[in-house]
Design a protein around this ligand. Structure first.
Ligand code: SF4
Ligand code: SF4
Length: 56
C-alpha cells in the first residue's frame, strides 16, 4: 500500500518537502509518489492545498 496523487495536483511542491523518506518527486504534469519508498505515514496528505493525495 502507498499514498497516491490524483490529477487535482497543481504541482505546488508542498508534499515533497513534507515527506520524511523522499518518496515524492515532480513527475512533469503532476507530482508522483514512489510506492516502493512510501511508508504510508500520511504527512503529505495534510499539506496538500487541493486534497489531491489519498491512501490507495
Ligand atoms: S504517506 Fe508519508 S511516506 Fe508516503 S509519500 Fe506521503 S509523506 Fe511520504
Ligand atoms: S501538495 Fe498537493 S498540489 Fe502540491 S505538489 Fe503535492 S499533490 Fe500536488
Amino acid at each position: 500500500m502507498a499514498h497516491v496523487i490524483s490529477d487535482a495536483c497543481v504541482s505546488c511542491g508542498s508534499c515533497a518537502g513534507a515527506c520524511p523518506v523522499g518518496a515524492i518527486s515532480d513527475g512533469g504534469s503532476k507530482y508522483e509518489i514512489d510506492a516502493a519508498t512510501c511508508i504510508d505515514c500520511g504527512a503529505c496528505e495534510g499539506v496538500c492545498p487541493t486534497g489531491a493525495i489519498s491512501a490507495e
